[in-house]
Every structure is written in structure tokens, then in C-alpha cells.
Design a protein around this ligand. Sequence first.
Ligand code: NAP
Length: 518
Amino acid sequence: MNQQSVRNPSVVIIGAGMTGILMTIKLREAGITDITILEKKHNIGGTWRENRYPGVACDVPAHMYTYSFEPNAEWSNRFAHGDEIQEYFERVGRKYGVTEKVRFNEAVVSSLYDNGKWTVETSKGDTLVADFLIGATGILHHPAFPDIKGLETFNGKMFHTAQWDESVDLSGKRVGVIGTGSTAAQVIPELTKVAKKVSVFQRTPQWIFPLPNKAFDEKQKQAWRDNPNKMHRLRKWYTRGLEHIFSKAVTGHKLQHAFVDFMCKRNLNKSIKDPVLREKLRPDYTVGCKRLIINSTFYDGIQKPNADLVTEGIERIEERGVITKDGNLHELDVLVVSTGFQPFNFMRPMEMRGKDGLHINEAWGRKVQAYRSVLLPNFPNFFLMLGPNTPIGNFSVIAMSEVQTNYVLKLIDLWRQKKIDTIEAKQEALVSFNQYLKAGMKGTAWVGGCQSWYLDGDGDPAMWPYTWKRWVTEMDQPNVNDLVMEAARPNAVSAPDTSSETAPNTADEKLEEAAIVS
Ligand code: NAP
């Protein structure tokens, strides 16, 4: 594109985690220079900066959990440790000159839309005016604390896994862990190595798929350094595996589900020696209903002599520890809260208002929804990254972010070419998108009779129920009939009804045709 003839929009990005870094790199590559990145904390990295608990790792293969344009030959294991992932993002941030541009310790206090512009106020009292606002705040960053009577009365040290207190020495201590999700499965084996006793308070058992965490030796890494194509091939191989096995297993494909079901059940039956413990760890819901845990350390950890799986249910917490429903007191020195996150907050709490002063809390009410996970009616020129119904599950969120970034860039491009001034989703398009999603949910594992963080207030999974390939294809083609594209100046440029005309072939042609009306 001839950079002279196009407009250069001002863009505010909220968050400097994986998506904020990616978006900044891609906007710059497209020639957009007026970018402000606001980050509430002191460093980039998002979830990997926050989660520092012992054993923290990514259960998506490392060579798939990288930006497609920045492969990394240095991963030490198939599943990278959290520290290594944080280092990776810091390195990419430096290499692409993102970090130096981030305004750290500066949270967004309010974002108000008016006539084609977003006015953003920050915690440092600054006011920014931008053409586009991008919410890159991630999905799981607001720790959820359990609503258990007496939690605050506990006398020992207590912290959430996402707020790990490194000053607490756990050696020789009696440690309690509430929760048995993906995080707990990683942290519990590490705790059993140092603590005197680890009491695990399990409310619901989880299915665990075993995948050994293979270490990569120097010879292997050198081969990748010498030939990055090998890394690309490996990435493709993992992507295929996750796409055709894990994603399909939870979205109604019987053969894949049977395979994952078999592997999880075999893992439980072979790994846990004590039949009583084995039955306590056996879920009664379909495999994949909750996010599948991929882990090869938890079953060993929970069988250590100093580990105790408590399944009686928590009655309350008092100064000395946890009292279970059978009346027993489990005395503790430290209580680790591994109860997950509030996935539907996104960039909230924030004073965010769209057209005519519509507050985001009113727009979402009790259902958080976004057209194609990205666009919100009445919130023009706002893009929500990794929004509801992004196909999360066990896939790489980096791959998802790259697809969404590409989608957003296509829309911003129209603005740059002066063809539109504002863009948002039509309300009816959001309604039909939700119907389309709902129709696909019926055969999925997520409605298989369990509670999970995937479910919204209506009990609808905030997931993508179709194939990864279908999502990528649909995201490659912004459907202009679903969008309101206007000039901020009078003459509106609503997308034309192209149904009776010869349909344009490519997404770019469709966008072009819609915008040309201006
Ligand atoms: P989670 O999967 O939401 O698990 C929360 C756990 O806390 C569950 O076992 C839940 O029990 C329990 N819990 C919640 N409230 C409770 C209460 N009042 N009393 C007793 N137990 C209670 O949270 P997470 O383990 O932090 O994982 C969240 C997500 O983070 C994962 O699904 C994954 O997407 C991501 N994650 C990814 C990785 C990775 O390697 N990529 C690692 C860690 C986390 P119930 O099941 O009964 O509700």
C-alpha cells in the first residue's frame, strides 16, 4: 500500500500481553505508527508475568505456542515452563521495539466513544483521543476467590496461584490447596516436593490426558537453529494434532472423542494404584466437558505419602485451617487458592461507553457477547481480542490472536483508505451469530453435564463449536452485510445488500465493494 495516500489512524491498545505485543507488531508492519500501548502492570507478558506459581507451564506444545513469525529454537521442553515463555515475550517485545513504547503502570480508567473517536483516560490522569481502541486484556486475568465461609479468618498465609507469594517458605509446612483444575494439577506435584503435607481440597475430579514433557537436547536445538523450517514443520504437526484430535474430540466428533476418552480413562486406571483414591479421582461427566487437563505429573504427586486428597467438601474455614463437611479440621500453615479466574470480565471493571453513552455493563447485561468474538454493536471502532466464543479449549491462543489480528487489520485498512470512518457489528448480526453458535453447541462435550468456566450466566459455552478450519476461513472473510460502516460525517455507508448481485470473490473485494458506496 502506498503509505503516502492513506490515513494513519491513532490506536490505543489496552494490555501488553501476548495479544498487545502481537497487535503492535502487526499494526506497525502495516505502516501504522500512532500507537499507544497502556499496561496496568510493570512489565509486558500478561498471564506469564502474573502466574509465577511453582510448576507453571503451558500445556500447549511450545513450538505451537509461539508467534508464527518468531519461532524459537531454544525451548527446553515440549511444554515450556512459565519463566521461559515470559522470557520469550520479553525478547520479542525488545526485538520489535514494542517494550520501549509501552506505558507501564498506567491502567485505563475510562473509554468513551463519540463521533468516530475514543477518549481514553488513564490512571495517571492523562487523556488520549484515538480513532481505534483495542482491548487486548486477555481472558483469564481476574483471579476468582471461592465464596467459602470464614476464608478471610484464616491465620496462616493465603494467596491465589496467580498472585503467588514468593516470600513464603513452604518447606516443612502444612499446605492446603483448594481446587483441582489445570493450575492445581501443575502446582500440587511441586508442593509435595517441599511441603510436609499437602491437603488437596477437591470439589470435582478432572479428566487428565497424559503427554510426557519431553526435554530437547542441544543437538536438537542446534538442528532447529540451523534450519528453522524444521520448527515450522513441527508447529504444523502439533497444530494438526490439536485441530484434528483435541478440538474435534470436544466438538461432537465421535471417533476423536472416543480416543481422548480412552486415553484419559487408561491414564487414571493405570496411574493410580489405590482403588479408593482412583475412584475419588474419577469424574462422572464426559471427557472434555471441563477444559481437558494435559499433564503427566499430577497423578504421581497426589500419590506421594505427604499428599492427601480431601473430597468431603469444605464446610468453612477458620483460623487454624479448613473444616470439612464431616466435621474434621485440616490444620494448615499455608492455604493456596487455585480456584481459577473470572473469564467474563475482559477489560472490566472500566467506565466504558459506546454510542449514546451506552455503558458496556448495560450492553452485555448478564450475557457477554461479541459478533465473531471481536465486534460489539454500538461500540464502533472497538475491537475485543480473544472475546467470547474464540475457539479456546486446548488450542494455542497465539494462533487465535493472529487470526483475529488479521481480521482487525482488514477492517482498519478500510478506514485508512478513507472509505469508512466507523465500523461496528449490526445488532441483528450479533443475534444471528449467537444462534449459529447455539446450533453448534448441541453435540459438544461442554454441555456434557458439568460446571466449568466455559459456561456463561445462561449456561451457554463461550466457545467455538465448529472446526478450527471453519473459524479460520470465516475470519478471513469479514462479512460486510453484518457490519455497519459509516462515515462520521453525514452520508452513511451501510453495507449494501449484495445478495442479488454477483458475489465478490475475496474478502478484500467484498470489503472494497461495500466501502466504495461512500
Ligand atoms: P479452573 O480450571 O477454573 O479450576 C478451578 C478449580 O477450583 C476447580 O477445581 C474448581 O472446582 C475449584 N473451585 C472453585 N471454587 C471452589 C469452591 N468454592 N470450593 C472448592 N473448589 C472450588 O482454574 P485453573 O486451574 O486456574 O485453570 C483455569 C484455566 O487457566 C484453564 O482451564 C486453562 O485454560 C488456563 N490454564 C492453562 C494452563 C496451561 O498450561 N495452558 C495452565 C493453567 C491454567 P469445580 O470443578 O468443582 O468448579
